[in-house]
Design a protein around this ligand. Structure first.
Ligand code: HEM
Length: 426
């Protein structure tokens, strides 16, 4: 590849993260179909049974239940007063600063206030002004230079562009981009912190803590610089420095901890989603033709792609009181695993749920979450995906899977995606 952005550290960290959450090679959707029919509310730790470290690394000996049906998952994700996220501060959250803005580990009033400050920054009309710059980055910086090659692995740039976009949004100057892929590698190392094997946990924790502290210092230096300048820009850090909700503003530490988490939240999630959607599309040449000729179908392709192949297959919550779901007693403090990959294919909600059909009447799926914690970056993610898909269709004429290289496979029990999508074009 002729481009200069390649970072071995990032590619290694991405592969290590994929391996950490790959789990056992089962037919996940067949297992889920069976569970929906036979034990929709199952006792036991499903994630552990499929060989992945429990999402937040924080079961702490509490009993665990697993939900497979759409309506049960929806009710739990929606009701954060009964099923909260605080425990995440002990899992992933312990790699971040406990007193910072670790929004996924917040509940109730504190979470509402934090969303009040952050949401306007990521609302559709707030994200729109970023579109031209993002389009330039994805299309001109990453995809255009590949055109003469007539062959590529879509992951060669699919791994990089979401990080490039976040980097620009946070407000880092272009000259420092090379370094940022190394910081992004650190972000992935943090995500790979929880381990299934306790013997590996200590070393992994040390690596993750080192990475998270280096990232903190880098982002904090930028935040201080922008505050000193009076936060004049339209980037994320400047917007957050100016943000106000119910009379409250964010301090430097909160902005730093939040911006730091963006690297992990918005990077590899978008990469894997891009890999899955492109795989599903390219496996269907007639669909490639349809979408190429009617670009209004790109948003349907994205919605159906994320329903059919969610990047993260399970979301975890903790019950704050005794509850009953479908006659199963769930005691206070129990962990509740919501299997998004199963709920998204619940046959009671989606006709022919195991068929990839961009023409279906879409109902909400849970790939971007649901309820109070629903992904704050979803409009941004969909904008990036749409720009990347359109650019590939525009610039790679007659794009198709490379017949001389292994066909892409969407794999992973917890984090799903294709590790390579080799293509050729005319
Ligand atoms: C295809 C890409 C993405 C997917 C599939 C995705 C998925 C999700 C999901 C499922 C949640 C909910 C977590 C929970 O319920 O515990 C979430 C939350 C979040 N996402 Fe995303 N995300 C994506 C991209 C992004 C991007 C680009 C950003 C921002 C740059 C972002 C920022 C966040 C933040 C800050 C939260 C926490 C919200 C809260 O806890 O209130 N995400 N995401």
């Amino acid at each position: 590849m002729k481009t200069t952005y390649r970072s071995e550290k990032l590619e290694e960290a991405f592969a290590a993260l994929s391996a950490n959450y790959r789990g056992t090679d089962i037919d996940l959707y067949a297992v889920c179909r069976d569970r929906r029919a036979t034990s929709p509310v199952a006792t036991g730790d499903f994630m552990n049974s499929i060989g992945v470290p429990t999402h937040a690394g924080a079961n702490h000996g509490h009993p665990t239940f697993t939900l497979f049906k759409y309506n049960d998952v929806k009710n739990v994700l929606q009701d954060s007063a009964t099923f909260n996220s605080r425990f995440m501060a002990k899992g992933f959250g312990s790699f971040f600063s406990a007193d910072g803005l670790v929004i996924t580990a917040m509940d109730g009033e504190a979470h509402r206030k934090a969303r009040g400050l952050l949401q306007p920054v990521f609302a559709p009309d707030a994200v729109l002004p970023w579109r031209a710059a993002i389009e330039h980055q994805i299309r001109d910086e990453f995809i255009l230079p590949l055109v003469p090659d007539k062959r590529a692995d879509l992951l060669d740039f699919g791994l990089y562009f979401p990080i490039r976009v976040i980097y620009g949004l946070i407000g880092f100057p272009d000259e420092e981009l090379g370094n940022f892929y190394e910081y992004a590698a650190m972000g992935l190392t943090v995500l790979a912190g929880p381990k299934i094997d306790p013997a590996e946990e200590a070393a992994s924790r040390e690596r993750a803590m080192k990475a998270t502290n280096t990232l903190y210092e880098t982002v904090m230096a930028l935040v201080k610089r922008r505050r000193a300048e009076g936060a004049p820009g339209d980037d994320l850090v400047c917007r957050l420095l100016r943000a106000e909700f119910e009379g409250r503003k964010l301090d430097d530490h909160e902005i730093t901890t939040f911006a730091r988490s963006m690297v992990a939240a918005g990077g590899e999630t978008t990469t894997r989603t891009f890999s899955s959607i492109m795989t599903l599309l390219l496996q269907r040449p007639a669909l490639v033709e349809r979408v190429r000729n009617d670009r209004s179908l790109v948003s349907k392709l994205i919605d159906e792609g994320v329903r059919f192949e969610p990047v993260s297959t399970v979301k975890v919550r903790q019950a704050v009181r005794d509850v009953e779901i479908r006659g199963v007693q769930i005691p206070r403090d129990a962990m509740v695993q919501c299997v998004v990959a199963s709920a998204n294919r619940d046959e009671e909600i989606f006709d022919n749920s195991d068929t990839f059909d961009i023409d279906r009447r879409q109902k909400p799926s849970f790939t971007f979450g649901f309820g109070p914690h629903m992904c704050i970056g979803q409009y941004l993610a969909k904008m990036e995906l749409s720009i990347a898909i359109n650019a590939v269709l525009d610039l790679f004429p007659n794009i198709r899977l490379d017949p001389d290289r292994p066909a892409p496979v969407i794999a992973g029990s917890m984090l799903r995606g294709a590790s390579s999508v080799p293509v050729i074009w005319d």
